[in-house]
Design a protein around this ligand. Structure first.
Ligand SMILES: [Cu+2]
Length: 155
């Protein structure tokens, strides 16, 4: 079998790029600790009403400039539907779902996390610019999916 010179060069470049991507991926995940937000713990979705912190969804101040937003997703709303934090504060979102899989995406930010029944999701973000940020469910969750939204108000 005769492999054309250009074809050979293309294969070599393609293979080399794959190696470069694997090294970059390994470096960012292992050395820099950058990874997708994943489950941090399990929770019984039927017992959310009696399981802290989900028994009291809402925003709490946890330090000088740090806040914790506990949010429960359910058909078809976020609890709480409105999250108020001061500009520049570091906000840790702790999320789960009461019923089916929902999505939690805050527009104009990198916050994009799944709300999975039984799992607790966690992500931290600092809102630098004051304003209203729309929270949308980006995982189809039933008839009222397109009405499922909330907002983060940065003051
Ligand atoms: Cu939805």
């Amino acid at each position: 079998m005769r492999v054309h010179t250009y074809e050979k060069a293309f294969l070599i470049v393609g293979a080399a790029l794959l190696v470069v991507f694997m090294i970059a991926l390994t470096y960012t995940s292992v050395a820099m600790g950058i990874h997708l937000p994943g489950k941090v713990a399990m929770v019984d979705p039927a017992a959310l009403a009696t399981t802290p912190p989900f028994d009291q969804p809402g925003v709490r101040q946890t330090g000088d400039n740090t806040y914790e937003a506990v949010v429960v997703g359910q058909a078809w709303q976020f609890l709480p539907g409105e999250i108020r934090v001061p500009a520049g504060a570091e906000v840790t979102f702790i999320l789960t779902s009461r019923d089916v899989i929902h999505g939690f995406h805050v527009e104009r930010t990198r916050i994009n996390i799944m709300m999975i029944p039984g799992q607790i999701g966690k992500t931290t973000y600092t809102f630098k610019t004051p304003g209203e940020y729309l929270i949308i469910c980006h995982e189809y969750c039933g008839a009222g999916h397109h009405f499922m939204f909330g907002k983060v108000i940065v003051e």
